[in-house]
Design a protein around this ligand. Structure first.
Ligand SMILES: Nc1nc2c(ncn2[C@@H]2O[C@H](COP(=O)(O)OP(=O)(O)OP(=O)(O)O)[C@@H](O)[C@H]2O)c(=O)[nH]1
Ligand SMILES: [Mg+2]
Length: 194
């Protein structure tokens, strides 16, 4: 799939603010600092679309982008950032959960994990939530530029057995060297065609 246009639509900071546009949604989720916003910029070939943060925990709302006038990408706030107050964490968790449960247009989730790290407890909670809620998803393993090809293969194998999925459901990408996008856009395309 070629991405020919992308625009920022709006942001929502609380569960009651719903988007009224009727397009299928692709949710981009994962822990704080994993590379969600960088990934969206890579996907849309627009380095300025989603804000990339030097400090983790910066995306505090769900940011919506319309892509190819055909589907919406939802940039979810990253979870698990320690330096955020408990009240704020609670608010993000509610926002993410409400979105995942109640947004009727949610078609697919791209679950981002860092290719270098073991999944965190929050990742496992998120994973269990996706399974329980029957939300179709694949795992996008970010920052593959940080590892050698051999190390990447090893990590992909480990992540696949950890999450009990085939290795074709773990997609390595790097937003820095711009590699791995085609496999992800193929998944999006399959979802939109289904
Ligand atoms: N080497 C490398 N660094 C990356 C990659 N993707 C993101 N980063 C860096 O990781 C940091 C966090 O990136 P973001 O895209 O802001 O991460 P995020 O998941 O949106 O973070 P929050 O919105 O705070 O949850 C930034 O310093 C990015 O430059 C990648 O593929 N490779
Ligand atoms: Mg972000």
């Amino acid at each position: 799939m070629k991405i020919s246009s992308a625009q920022y639509l709006t942001s929502s900071a609380n569960p009651t603010q719903k988007l009224s546009l009727d397009y299928p949604h692709i949710a981009v989720m994962g822990k704080s600092n994993v590379g969600k916003s960088s990934f969206i910029n890579y996907l849309t070939n627009n380095g300025k679309l989603a804000r990339v943060s030097k400090q983790p925990g910066r995306t505090k709302m769900i940011n919506y982008f319309l892509v190819n006038n055909n589907f919406i990408v939802a940039d979810l706030p990253g979870y698990g950032f320690a330096k955020v107050s408990d009240a704020e964490k609670e608010r993000w968790a509610e926002l993410i959960e409400d979105y995942l449960i109640n947004d009727a247009n949610l078609a697919y989730a791209l679950f981002l994990v860092d290719i270098r790290h073991e999944p965190t407890l929050n990742d496992i909670t998120m994973y269990n939530f996706l399974i329980k809620s029957n939300i179709p998803f694949c795992i996008v393993a970010t920052k593959s530029d940080k590892l050698s090809k051999m190390q990447c293969r090893l990590s992909i194998g480990k992540l696949a057995s950890f999450f009990k999925v085939g290795i074709d459901n773990i997609l390595p990408i790097s937003s820095v060297t711009k590699t791995g996008l085609d496999a992800v856009t193929d998944k999006i395309q399959q979802t939109l065609n289904a």
